[in-house]
Design a protein around this ligand. Structure first.
Ligand SMILES: [Zn+2]
Length: 115
């Protein structure tokens, strides 16, 4: 099932912004993203597309399923830790929605998931 709703598009946009921020500060790459980070970003997008929670998905950090391969999971965690606090200045609107998804969705999902 291909998910193309707004919510997931926004998540990818947030992801891209965060990965770029991380890459710029840590990899000193001349382009928007180095190959390594681009690979990570594409992998994460794939996971988002294939996420079985669909539009009920929260942000990946709070996801109860954790579908990332361990090596990518470590990388994305580093990206989030680095870029997360900066998002509020660089991309306040994306950061706001990310926060909303992060705090609200887990509560909604908890109530909707079969026990
Ligand atoms: Zn990079």
């Amino acid at each position: 099932m291909k998910i193309t709703n707004k919510r997931l598009k926004r998540e990818k946009k947030t992801l891209e912004a965060m990965t770029r921020l991380y890459c710029k500060d840590n990899h000193d790459s001349a382009q928007a993203m180095c190959t390594q980070c681009e690979e990570l970003f594409h992998y994460a997008c794939q996971r988002i597309d294939n996420c079985i929670l669909g539009d009920k998905k929260t942000t990946c950090a709070k996801c109860p399923i954790h579908c990332f391969k361990p090596e990518y999971k470590d990388k994305i965690k580093k990206v989030m830790r680095h870029s997360g606090p900066k998002m509020i200045y660089k991309h306040p609107i994306l950061a706001f929605y990310h926060l909303l998804d992060n705090k609200l969705k887990p509560i909604l999902i908890k109530n909707r998931m079969p026990k």
